[in-house]
Design a protein around this ligand. Structure first.
Ligand code: ZN
Length: 246
């Protein structure tokens, strides 16, 4: 694993891309992983824009136990190490598919959320942003928050199926991976867009990628380094950081 240290230290523009796997250590269910949410419940329907437009209560009934309890979750060693790598000047940007805000909670400041954010809520009718506290309170009870201006249903700014990804975050992410001479892909199986495309930009420009994921990915054959267990890798990195060897 000493090679990881060289990978990080040798990078001029290090970027990280994270998927659900990095938050599993915080007790958050992975949607697509081995014990993923998609295996146990109809998550695709919960995050389907058409379903939401017809009946927003379906989302709020089901999301209260895995979206609206996220403020109770704590960053894991994966999040802590990535925050430390930014503070130390190694990590230039962090792109995440996660909506759990744990990277920000751990202290990362340059976070690009390509699947949107659960902290922002807005009205699907008039578009006005809703009060966060009020939206969360209602949602925690499984109720549909309503717009105080027009009574429209309030939707989280999470990207649902049938919606396009947040343009700005996506454009910035592509710019970052293009510029990256080293990209760490963490806890993502790289199956859905944009994850499935981002490492290609780094490789095209001659950059190197390192992958840590418990399942094979389509980029494994192009990876300079590949590990299966995030816990082992990040506990090692945390130890190196604590001992000032990184
Ligand atoms: Zn409204």
């Amino acid at each position: 694993m000493e090679e990881i240290i060289d990978f990080i230290k040798g990078a001029k523009h290090l970027v990280a891309f994270t998927g659900a796997g990095v938050s599993v250590l915080s007790g958050i269910k992975d949607f697509r992983g081995k014990n993923g949410l998609y295996k146990t419940m109809n998550a695709e329907k919960i995050f389907d824009l058409n379903v939401f437009m017809q009946d927003p209560s379906f989302y709020y009934t089901h999301a209260k136990d895995f979206v609206y309890n996220l403020d109770e979750k704590e960053p894991a060693c994966t999040h802590r190490v990535l925050a430390k790598l930014e503070q130390k000047g190694y990590l230039k940007a962090l792109i995440t598919q996660n909506i759990d805000m744990l990277h920000q909670k751990a202290g990362n400041t340059k976070v690009l959320e390509v699947h949107g954010s659960a902290t922002i809520h807005y009205c699907i009718k008039c578009g006005k942003e809703a009060d966060k506290t009020d939206s969360f309170e209602k949602a925690k009870n499984g109720e549909v928050p309503r717009c105080k201006f027009c009574n429209g249903a309030i939707k989280p700014a999470i990207t649902f199926f049938g919606e396009s990804l947040p343009r700005k975050a996506l454009d910035e992410s592509i710019a970052e991976v293009r510029q990256a001479d080293a990209l760490m892909v963490l806890g993502s199986s790289l199956t859905v867009y944009p994850a499935a495309h981002l490492p290609a930009y780094t490789l095209e420009n001659g950059g190197h990628i390192m992958i840590v994921n418990d399942m094979p990915t389509s980029f494994d054959q192009y990876a300079t380094l590949k590990y299966n267990d995030l816990g082992t890798v990040f506990e090692y990195l945390e130890k190196m950081l604590n001992e000032e060897r990184l």
